[in-house]
Design a protein around this ligand. Structure first.
Ligand SMILES: Cc1cc2nc3c(=O)[nH]c(=O)nc-3n(C[C@H](O)[C@H](O)[C@H](O)COP(=O)(O)O)c2cc1C
Length: 215
């Protein structure tokens, strides 16, 4: 018998499983289910969200205080200061979403990348807090019109994703993006974005120890 025929347990086929969650309750369910680790995503991040968003700064330490598994922080990360903050909060690493959308290698249309580069930190919209899933998106005419529409589920107005992703029509669909878009100022290669998080992080943490440490 082919033991690769489903249903498998993911661990039985050698996969390491990290569950992405936006609340302490979601983290508890994932840990109960036996995940290897967690990705804890604050409400400032882009994409699908809890209808009751909690910021990374509040959510992350709540989860690490409760569970003894490796935890990756997501939502708002971009560079050394944010990466160092994640490590200080007990993260093993960070996950970037919006920053990756804007990279040179990202296959999405340049209009979306330009929009990410152009917007302020206040230019995202939180949709569907009355329904599920909630979404954090760029502010456009389409998403502004949906912002206070509590009659409809915004998922039904998601639009033609292909025209947004590859045609560059920002009104064709909902452009998922996080508040960190307000800090992104250029389209850069992925390697540069990653090295901007890592290179100098140790030095920043050492500087903090020198400034505030007792040793
Ligand atoms: C365009 C876009 C699409 C995303 N799609 C998903 C998805 O399908 N499933 C998911 O769990 N997270 C999704 N995310 C969330 C990211 O995986 C990531 O955790 C989040 O963007 C981190 O926050 P940041 O945008 O502040 O970096 C998406 C994010 C963006 C920007």
């Amino acid at each position: 018998m082919d033991d690769r025929v489903p249903p498998w347990r993911l661990e039985d086929v050698g996969l390491i499983v990290f569950d992405v969650g936006p609340t302490l309750r979601a983290a508890a369910k994932a840990v109960d289910a036996g995940v290897d680790g967690l990705i804890v995503e604050g409400g400032e991040g882009g994409g699908f969200k809890s209808p009751r968003p909690v910021s990374t700064m509040v959510l992350f330490p709540s989860v690490t205080a409760e569970f003894d598994v490796p935890v990756i922080a997501a939502g708002g990360f971009l560079d050394v200061p944010t990466m160092a903050a994640a490590l200080a909060l007990g993260a093993e690493g960070v996950q970037l979403g919006t920053a990756m959308v804007a990279t040179v290698e990202s296959p999405i249309h340049k209009n979306w990348k330009q929009a990410v580069i152009a917007v302020a930190e206040t230019d995202t919209v939180f949709l569907n807090s009355h329904a599920s899933p909630a979404l954090r998106t760029l502010r456009t005419e389409r998403t502004s019109a949906l912002e206070f529409d509590h009659e409809r589920n915004s998922m039904g107005s998601f639009g033609i994703v292909r025209d947004l992703y590859f045609g560059g029509d920002l009104e064709a669909a909902i452009a998922l993006s996080g508040q960190v878009a307000g800090r992104i100022t250029a389209s850069r290669p992925v390697a540069e974005v990653i090295s901007d998080c890592v290179e100098g992080c140790e030095a920043t943490l050492s500087d903090l120890t020198a400034r505030y440490g007792v040793a």
